[in-house]
Ligand binder design. Structure first.
Ligand code: GUN
Length: 292
């Protein structure tokens, strides 16, 4: 078997096109465009790339995207003050504080201050609770992107066995909730799980979100399973040229021989995250404009 490759790049393009249409309609109706404000504290190289891409992508769909850069030695009070200012600004619909934050800034305190209706990351405890209780809120972007890719694969989740490897608040836990809401039987596995390969072999749908390069091997995958690889790991190219390449949490070439469909790295889940962030920002703006 050679798996169908689930093309996140082209799906993300169509999501962005949908959002652009929505932004045009929002402008016509409300006389302004949705606003996304991204906060970057410090100079982490990956975070700099991610936040610049978020700002650029929001402007490309016609939103007002802004990036606020604060120095690495910023006090917690100064980050809280910026979040408070964005909370109070009526033209700001979405606030995203890029993680990780420098160690002098308490992540939980910052995330808890973002008003839930502008929390486009879906990390505020109110949004976490709404997701867990099946009520409408804002849902973390990467898990939403994964679900759209599963839809693209035509997976019938009802009664399916889903295994999520990884229990992070950003990906593992929220995607487990989304799979459960679609009536899958969900297992959340993690670094302490006994006989992880055997647990993975049970999965009709396997989601890998651990951040360990190519940890999930081909023989961990049930024949015909659908595999979603959330990992983005930079490793040596292996060619002795000093260069690096990106790999996921799944050994792609091995997995292709067993899976029915798989998201590649790069070009799978990654591009969907920003597209779903734009979708969340439009949703937040629409709710704020219509619900006051
Ligand atoms: N850092 C890595 N992923 C994310 C994300 O989805 N949101 C934020 N705010 N920071 C991140």
């Amino acid at each position: 078997m050679s798996a169908i490759i689930l093309d996140g790049k082209s799906l993300a393009e169509s999501v962005r096109a949908e959002v652009k249409v929505g932004v045009d309609a929002f402008r016509a109706k409300h006389g302004r465009v949705p606003g996304l404000d991204v906060v970057l504290v410090g100079e982490d190289p990956a975070s700099q790339v991610y936040t610049r891409n978020k700002e650029k992508a929001s402007n490309e769909v016609g939103m007002r995207g802004r990036l606020h850069r604060l120095p690495a030695d910023s006090s917690e009070a100064s980050v809280l003050a910026l979040v408070a200012q964005l909370n109070a600004d009526p033209l700001v619909d979405g606030i995203l504080v890029q993680l990780p934050l420098p160690k002098q800034v308490n992540e939980q305190k910052i995330l808890d201050l973002i008003v839930p209706e502008k929390d486009v990351d879906g990390f505020h405890p109110i949004n976490v609770g709404l997701l867990a209780s099946g009520r409408p809120g804002l849902v973390p972007c990467t898990p939403v992107g994964c679900m759209r890719l599963l839809k693209l694969a035509g997976v019938d989740l009802k009664g399916a066995r889903a295994v999520v490897v990884g229990r992070s608040n950003i990906v593992g836990k929220p995607i487990a909730q989304l799979l459960l809401a679609e009536h899958a039987t969900v297992t959340i596995a993690h670094s302490r799980t006994r006989d992880l390969p055997a647990v993975c072999r049970e999965a009709d749908v396997l989601v890998a979100a651990v951040g360990k390069a190519e940890m999930v091997r081909g023989d961990w995958i049930k024949s015909g399973a659908v595999v979603v690889d959330v990992g983005i790991n930079r490793v040596d190219s292996g060619k002795g040229d000093g260069k690096t390449r990106l790999v996921g949490d799944v050994a792609l070439e091995e997995a292709k021989e067993r899976a029915r469909a798989i998201t590649p790295v790069p070009g799978g889940v990654g591009p969907m995250t920003i597209a779903c962030l734009l979708q969340n920002t439009l949703t937040a703006a629409t709710r704020r404009a219509t619900q006051g």
